[in-house]
Every structure is written in C-alpha cells, then in structure tokens.
Design a protein around this ligand. Sequence first.
Ligand code: LHQ
Length: 255
Amino acid sequence: MDPVIHRTAGSVLEIALNRPDRLNALDEATLEALARALERAEDASVRAVLLRGEGRAFCAGQDLREAAGGALDYQAHLARYNRVVLQIRRLAKPVVAAVHGVAAGAGMALALAADLRVLGRDTRLTTAFARIALVPDSGMTYTLPRTVGWGGAFELLALSPDLSAEEAQRYGLANRVVDEERVLEEARALAARLAEGPTRIYGLIKHALDESARLGLEEVLELEAQLQKLAGEGADHEEGVRAFLEKRPPRFAGR
Ligand code: LHQ
C-alpha cells in the first residue's frame, strides 16, 4: 500500500497520508513519499494543495514503532521532516489541511505548516513531544508561537493538553470547525475556491507573512513595496481592476 496517495481535482492537488492502521504515523517511507508528492505541487497546473489523512485521523506524528526500533539515524530523519515543512512553507500556493480525528506531534506540526486548517468538531490536537520527553520539531517552535502567542505556546508544548477543536479555534489554530464528517468536504471547497484565486498573489502573501516574522517595521514596509510592484505587474491585477469596473466577478488565471 502506498503510504501517500495523491490525485488532482481541477487545479487542486490532493495529498493523503495513507497509513490508517497507524493513524498515519510518519515513518521514513511516508516522509519520502510526502516529499515526492509535494514536488508535484510545483507544477504550473496546480493552484492549491489539500493535505489530509486516510482513516480516522489526520496524523499521529512520528512513527514511534520505527523510532523505538533503534535503527533510525535521527539527524537524517529530522532532515526529512524539515524538508517537507520547507516544501509547504516555500510553495508559492495555498495549502489547506483537512484535520480530522487527531493531529499529534509532527502531525500537528504539519497541519500548522499549512496555510489554512479545517478541523472537525471532535478533532483533537496535541503537541505530544514533551509527553515522550522530546523537544518540539518540524517547525513547531516557529509556527506555534506565531499563531497562539508566546504564553500559549509554552503551555501547549510543555503540558501537551488534548486541545479540543473549540479550544484550537480560540487559539487561532483552526480556520474552520465543522462536523467531523464534513471536514474533507469543507476543506475541498476551500481549496477549490483558492484554486480560482490570484495564485501568484497568494504566493506573495505567504512569502510576506513568513518574512514579516523576522523583519522590523521598516523592512516590512520595504518588502511590501517590492511585492506590490510585482503584484501590480501581474495579469490578475489587471483582470481584477477590469472586473471591478465592469461590475462582474474576476476570472483569475493565477498569474
Ligand atoms: C501509532 C502512533 C505513532 C506508531 C498511534 N506511531 N503507531 C519525533 C522523533 C523523531 C523525529 C522527528 O519528530 C518527532 C516528532 C513527533 O511526532 S513526537 C510525537 C509522536 N506521536 C505521539 O507521541 C502520539 C502517539 N499516539 C497517541 O498518543 C495516540 O495514538 C493518539 C492520541 C494519537 C490517538 O489515540 P487513540 O485514538 O486512542 O488511538 P490508539 O492509540 O489506539 O492508536 C491506534 C493505533 O495506531 C495503535 O496501534 P494498534 O496496533 O495498537 O491498534 C497505535 O499504536 C497506533 N499509533 N500513534 N505515533
């Protein structure tokens, strides 16, 4: 069975973790397959990515059976996580995570690396790392404090509570909370909507937000000005303005 499956629906690349009997825990083969699937997202025909899990959970994080086997080279293994997190963050297209059931440890980190998260009402999130006496990885110390704030991040990382979807939404970790059986439908609708948007602009927004995390105000203003010049030169900007003047919805080509 392939540990990761993918398909395209219109301009959306849908990538599914596919180890349901292990709650989609991440082992070497899965991380490798995920990285390869994410490479497909670079194709110009793809304008949004949907990340999801098969079975009853999004992802239970690191495969603890593989880790307990003792054969893992931890540094090389971590590099695989880092690669997929960077692929998601550097992809100049929106990534939606359909998070149902559970997202734990590196599984939660993957969900946080995405640009938008749809959770089910019964979905639980847990950072999990400290429960097994590990520090956070897969970018969690980057994404978490930027989403929930400093004080919240320490609590979620140190005490690793099972966060309900409602709490997750209060923390800003969930963009949408829907009935558990509607998570995929809602995430697909969101991804399809984004895939019709000004894709290049979404990439620039993503870049601007990521960069703003490490820049001062003057540098942010400078970067915004540079990106606005690029945006203004795009065909979608021209179409957006024309559509406004003609009082019709825009038809963005993603350029
Ligand atoms: C699993 C797993 C799993 C293997 C469920 N592995 N089999 C760490 C180290 C190195 C490098 C990089 O990064 C990391 C980062 C991390 O991700 S650390 C955090 C690792 N993840 C966890 O600590 C979570 C472990 N899992 C759980 O706490 C529970 O399974 C959760 C809360 C996710 C779900 O609980 P339940 O709904 O009660 O399901 P379950 O525990 O019965 O699990 C179902 C099956 O899936 C079960 O197998 P079995 O053969 O007994 O039916 C579990 O063993 C298996 N499974 N998570 N991470």
